[in-house]
Design a binder for this molecule. Sequence first.
Ligand code: KG4
Ligand code: ZN
Length: 341
Amino acid sequence: MIVLGIETSCDETGIALYDSNHGLLSDALYSQIKMHTDYGGVVPELASRDHIRRVIPLINQALEKAGITKKEIGAVAFTKGPGLIGALMVGACTGRAMAWAWGVPAIGVHHMEGHLLAPMLEDQPPSFPFLALLVSGGHTQLVRVDGIGQYHLLGESVDDAAGEAFDKAAAMLGLDYPGGPAIAQLAAEGTSGRFRFPRPMTDRPGLDFSFSGLKTFTLNTVAQCQKEGCFEDQDRADIARAFEEAVVDTLTLKCRRALRQTGLKQLVIAGGVSANRSLRAALEKMVQGEGACLRYARPEFCTDNGAMIAYAGCQRLMAGQQESLEVAPVPRWPMENLEPV
Ligand code: KG4
Ligand code: ZN
């Protein structure tokens, strides 16, 4: 069965064609980043309008790349939530209507389940059960994954998500949105150890996170540097380095704790922040010490994309699940409420 995947939950229009027998056939992506940069973050109404402009041309592009026609599409998967309601509406309406017109089933996919399963598209996919660290712009969660739709939340951020903290700290350093890649690039030029940022909530038991304190710490450090007249390129790089090291250390420590607590031997990282090279390197080192292994998706499938939605949708469709004719996106949607497969 060939599944058309449509992702429109935030600022990327992602389309893909996934074949249950032959794997990923093609994918196409349009990122709205440039459009939102002037505003320092995603403007929901602009995002929705742009998804409308991009979605159909991208579907045609994906079909062309795969060398197939729309008649060969056996089902449509679209992101049903969580995300920006207007943006979700575009993908959900398009996907649901196309499936109806073509007489094929449709399925609404949970965006974070898509991220979580994206490493399944790689050559050495993880096998159930595994521990997953979901780190995106809106979520930071540690999840025990026993199967598709069998998610047990072990810990999560009590305030900002890791990606959100990257974005906010980047803005304080005068970097463009999205801040994650910008901080990572600047941090590579920075000197480790010049500034020491806290590792929030690591000195107490538990698997929850908090990143809003790091934001305040960044703000204070920036203010102090400006006061002392030392806010040049190298100073900003040193701050970026200290910030990134604090986030990476904190995530690594909590992952190690979760591996030990659960006895699981596979750690999967997913979501935009899992593209971060320093995080991957630190986790790789940590899992080796624990006799475990680390799995993640290729960088373009860590951030929002259509392939993860096509893949997750395909698994649910093959298990007989499908969407009614109603189009009802869910802006807030706990992943634990999903039906198991
Ligand atoms: O998963 P994603 O594309 O969208 C959401 O579902 O939120 O994640 C976007 C987040 C942004 O906050 C972005 O700054 C962050 O992922 N991000 C990174 C990197 N690439 C993207 N953070 C750190 N390092 C990166 N290389
Ligand atoms: Zn995402």
